[in-house]
Design a protein around this ligand. Structure first.
Ligand code: ZN
Length: 135
């Protein structure tokens, strides 16, 4: 992929071997970035679940922590993003484009609120399932 390739969906720019945030040239080469492709295909790289009584009580606070972690991660790694967030009676489920972001959120939850954190990586390292629970 040539340097300066721009993702038409999110505006990330490819250069020096990776995607990052930058300026898209109006008539430069365009190609959908891997993160937008994953979002379109619904192919999550990480799934984080939050469960327990505490999650129901502190839903808004936990959602802001999740969004804050995404902002921090995304600033440095343009491809690491939230795909979607589902909230139901069971708790909160967050799908991310990258396993690392789901792990980062799990670590931040444990740091801030203790609780029980479990992280399972696929053998190839391309997918992580992260479960956090607090009663
Ligand atoms: Zn994109």
């Amino acid at each position: 992929m040539p340097d300066g390739t721009c993702c038409p969906d999110c505006g990330a720019v490819f250069s020096e071997g990776r995607w990052h945030w930058g300026e898209c040239a109006a008539l430069g080469p365009a190609q959908t970035c891997p993160a937008c492709r994953r979002i379109r295909e619904g192919a999550a790289g990480g799934i984080l679940t939050l469960k327990g009584e505490f999650v129901r009580a502190k839903q808004q606070e936990l959602l802001s922590l999740i969004h804050h972690q995404e902002e921090l991660e995304k600033a440095e790694h343009a491809l690491n993003r939230i795909m979607d967030i589902a909230v139901d009676d069971d708790g909160i489920t967050v799908r991310t484009t990258d396993p690392r972001l789901a792990c980062r959120m799990g670590d931040a939850l444990e740091r801030a609120y203790e609780g029980a954190l479990e992280i399972h990586h696929d053998e190839d390292g391309f997918f992580a399932r992260v479960a956090w629970e607090r009663a």
